[in-house]
Each structure stands twice: as C-alpha cells, then as structure tokens.
Write a protein that binds this ligand. Structure first.
Ligand code: NAP
Length: 320
C-alpha cells in the first residue's frame, strides 16, 4: 500500500520527522531561513495528501480551491488566521492547530516581555554593550514596578489564564475582558471582568491575547490608546492585526502611554527602519511566543498525530 504523502513547508529537525517516516512519504522544504516559494508550495501540494504548514504560508481560497484533494492542513500554531477556514470546510479539507502544548511557553514569553519592557532590560543591556556606563546613578534606567500593579488581559483564553497565574504570583490585581465570562478564573485568581474601555482606563499593563478575527481587527486603535493611562504599558503577543500600528506609534511618541512590548506585527518580518522599532520605549521581538525547543517538538508531534488520525479516517485531536 502506498504511504500518504505529507509536505512540510518549513525545515524542521530530521529527528522529529524520522519517527513518522514508516507511516508517511514525507517531503520537506529544506531551506532554514526562507519560507517555501508559492510556486513550489503549489507544486508539492498537488502531489500531497496532507500539509504540515506554518504561519508563513497563506492557505487562502485560491490555494484551497486548487488543492481540494488535500485531506488535511495541519497548522503548526494555535492561531490560524493564515488559513481560510470557511473555504477549507467547503472543500472538505480538515484544518488542525496546536493549542494547549504552547500555552505555558507563550505565557512565559508574555511575562518576559512585560518585565523587559517595564524594567527597560533591552535598553539597559545595550547601554553596557555600547560601553556608555560611567557611574552608578540613582535614576539610571529607572523603570516601572510590576509587583502589586494592575494587569488587564484582553482575551482570557488558555494563554490569558496562564499569564494571569503568573501575574498572581507577582501580587498583581487581575482584570480581564473577554467575549464570554470566565467564572473559574474569576474565582481561582480573583480576576475581575470588565468592559473593554474600563479595563483600558484602569490597567497599568494591558496585554492583548485575542485571536485575529474580523471582530478584533485594530481593536487597539487611536480611541483605545487615548483611554489608557500615561503610565500604562501595552503588550501584544497575539497578532499584529489587532493593533492600529500608526495609532500605537503616535500614542508612544506623544507619551499618551509609557511603553510597549511587541512580539507580533502587521507585516512580518518587521524591518529595522520601521518607526516603532526606532522608539526607545518599545521592546520588539520576532514572533517568538512559543519558540522553545521543547514546545516546538510538542507542536510537531501534535501536527503528526492529527495528520495520522485524518489519514486513517479518524477524528483529529485538535481540529479548528
Ligand atoms: P484561546 O484559548 O482561543 O483564547 C482566545 C480568547 O480570546 C478566548 O477566551 C476568546 O473568548 C477571546 N476572544 C475572542 N474574540 C474576542 C473578542 N472579539 N473580544 C474579546 N475576547 C475575544 O486562544 P489561546 O490559545 O489563548 O491563544 C490566543 C492567541 O494568541 C492565538 O489566537 C494566537 O493568535 C496568539 N498566539 C501568539 C503566539 C506568539 O508566538 N506570539 C503564540 C501562541 C498564540 P471566548 O472564550 O469567549 O471564545
């Protein structure tokens, strides 16, 4: 019997793929730092039964219509805004993602970014690297306290809750805004549900953890930043599309808000000459929320479990 063919759109370590080689005929894009060009993706997909793909691939309507023979597109991410899920449904293609396995890791990164931004870690480290430190000074890189401050989490889902747990450990007051109330989190972490505008006005730290959807598109716009305190710090670890970046730049430059920590951007990769990158009160990261070797391994395995299930006529573990 011929093995189902799976195309992996980005290079992942051979030892992670190897255990599945007896089950599948696996082909993979081999360049480490470049995404697969569209024409090659289309060519490979034509002969594949399933794809293991990443956020760098646009699985849009045209692609899905041309590749309606695919059984599964396993996205190696929890977000799936790179995929036209409605069209996939029309074409009978199963879409899966990788929730849960990346929750704690992404919450760690969110907290690391929060701390780096509040305590000006990157600026301070660069200062030494540039050999500018001459003497101790009382207000040298004085930042903002984190402990016992108020954190406002927008999107109290899996990652939001994991961030709230970390915040609790720092003695922070937790406020949240979400589509639906999360009574368990309210009870266990004493989190307070709030209207979006009230949360913006009261939080010292505002953390975006909502998915990118038509509803959340540019949720953080000029009006939203105007409602925040001048001492507030804004963090985005969800998707660039939820922020109006021009409005954020203006809010940071005019000191409407104090600082921002950003792991995600409208256009990725963001260039070094982007106005937001140039600001001293901004910490930027190259979309590394779930990037640890342990979690990447787990994500690959979840993708293969889903691919295996679908290719064997079973329900996938984590369908979208
Ligand atoms: P999740 O469990 O689905 O949580 C998302 C939360 O957002 C849910 O509680 C949902 O509410 C809420 N929500 C959705 N639309 C909303 C709206 N219009 N207004 C208010 N709340 C809304 O997802 P997750 O696993 O926590 O992941 C969250 C997002 O983080 C992902 O979608 C992804 O974009 C991003 N992410 C980024 C990285 C990175 O590398 N930076 C890594 C992992 C994830 P309901 O419960 O009512 O549906």
């Amino acid at each position: 019997m011929t093995k189902p063919r799976i195309y992996i759109t980005r290079k992942i370590p051979a030892e992670l793929v190897e255990p599945y080689a007896n089950q599948f005929d696996i082909r993979m894009w081999e360049k480490t730092d470049e995404p697969v060009p569209r024409d090659i993706l289309l060519q490979e997909s034509k002969q594949a039964d399933g794809l293991l793909c990443m956020l760098s691939e646009r699985i849009d309507k045209d692609f899905l219509m041309e590749n309606s023979h695919l059984k599964i597109v396993a996205n190696m991410a929890v977000g799936y805004d790179n995929i036209d899920v409605d069209e996939a449904k029309q074409q009978g293609i199963t879409i899966t993602n990788t929730p849960d396995v990346l929750t704690e890791t992404t919450a760690d990164l969110t907290f690391a970014l929060l701390m780096a931004t509040a305590r000006r870690i990157v600026e301070a480290s660069n200062y030494i690297e540039k050999d500018l430190w001459r003497n101790w000074a009382p207000y040298l890189f004085a930042g903002s306290d984190i402990h016992h401050k108020t954190i406002g989490i927008v999107g109290m889902g899996r990652i939001g809750e994991a961030v709230a747990k970390r915040a609790k450990g720092f003695g922070m007051s937790i406020m949240y805004h979400n589509r639906s109330r999360k009574y368990k989190v309210e009870k266990t972490l004493q989190a307070t549900y709030m209207d979006f505008n009230e949360l913006l006005a009261k939080s010292d730290f505002i953390v975006s953890l909502v998915p990118s959807t038509t509803e959340t598109n540019e949720l953080f716009n000029h009006d939203a930043f105007q409602k925040m305190k001048p001492t507030s710090i804004f963090l985005n670890v969800s998707r660039g599309a939820v922020v109006d970046e021009d409005a954020l730049y203006e809010a940071l430059q005019t000191k409407q808000i104090k600082a921002a920590g950003l792991d995600v951007f409208k256009e990725e990769p963001i260039r070094a000459n982007h106005p937001l990158v140039k600001l001293e009160n901004v910490v930027t990261l190259p979309h590394i929320g779930s990037a640890t070797t342990e979690t990447r391994t787990d994500m690959v395995n979840v993708c293969f479990e889903n691919i295996s299930a679908v290719c064997n006529g079973l329900d996938p573990k984590t369908p979208v």
